[in-house]
Structure formats: structure tokens, C-alpha cells
Design a protein around this ligand. Structure first.
Ligand code: FES
Length: 112
């Protein structure tokens, strides 16, 4: 069983890329947060704040199960919501994909 997945995290403005390892049993939000990248994840992973909003590239998006209705409801309230790319990173369980997962931070910037 593979316990690690490479992820490229792109900053909200698109100017910076960070390559991180996503390890079981983290959610994608936890992997980003635990690598000290700027994701606030205010609700702690309960799909109730949308501050972990990310945009996935097409191949990465297809690697995960479709978002649940409550996740879509949260995302629809987001300024940068884009169907087919937007996800709540906290709702993405550890998954091994064929390539590198690419996720761009979409939530408003937070001060760290
Ligand atoms: S951490 Fe709050 S919705 Fe994901």
C-alpha cells in the first residue's frame, strides 16, 4: 500500500508553487496546513467554513469522488467557486493518483 502522494500547491495569486508530500491518513487540507502553507481551515475540517477552498487541475479533480451536496452548498457561496475544479480540501481523503495532485489555494489570504 502506498502511503505518500506528491502534491503541488499553487499560491492564490499563481506566483508560487510548493511541492509537498501528502501522507496517509491526512486529508488534503491537513497536508497543506501541516506543511505550513497558508490555508486557514477555520472549522478544522468539518465542511462548514470553506476557508480550505482549492482549485484542482482536471486530472486531479477526476481522481476523487464527486463532492457531496453539503460541500457544493459551501462552495457555491465562495467568490472563486468554479464547478469542476473547486473542492474543499478538508473533504479530500488521502488518495494515490497516477500523477502529481495540483491544487491552487482559492480562499482569501490569511495572515500567518
Ligand atoms: S476546513 Fe472548514 S470547510 Fe474545510
Amino acid at each position: 500500500m502506498t502511503d505518500s502522494q506528491s502534491v503541488t500547491v499553487i499560491s492564490r495569486d499563481g506566483d508560487t508553487q510548493s511541492n509537498i508530500e501528502w501522507v496517509r491518513p491526512q486529508s488534503l487540507m491537513e497536508a497543506i496546513r501541516d506543511n505550513d502553507l497558508p490555508i486557514s481551515a477555520e472549522c478544522g475540517g468539518f465542511a462548514s467554513c470553506a476557508t480550505c477552498h482549492v482549485h484542482l487541475d482536471a486530472a486531479s479533480y477526476r481522481a476523487f469522488a464527486e463532492p457531496a451536496d453539503d460541500e457544493i452548498e459551501m462552495l457555491e457561496g465562495e467568490e472563486r467557486y468554479t464547478p469542476g475544479t473547486s473542492r474543499l480540501a478538508c473533504q479530500l481523503p488521502f488518495t494515490v493518483t497516477d500523477g502529481v495532485v495540483a491544487a491552487q489555494l482559492a480562499s482569501p489570504p490569511v495572515d500567518f
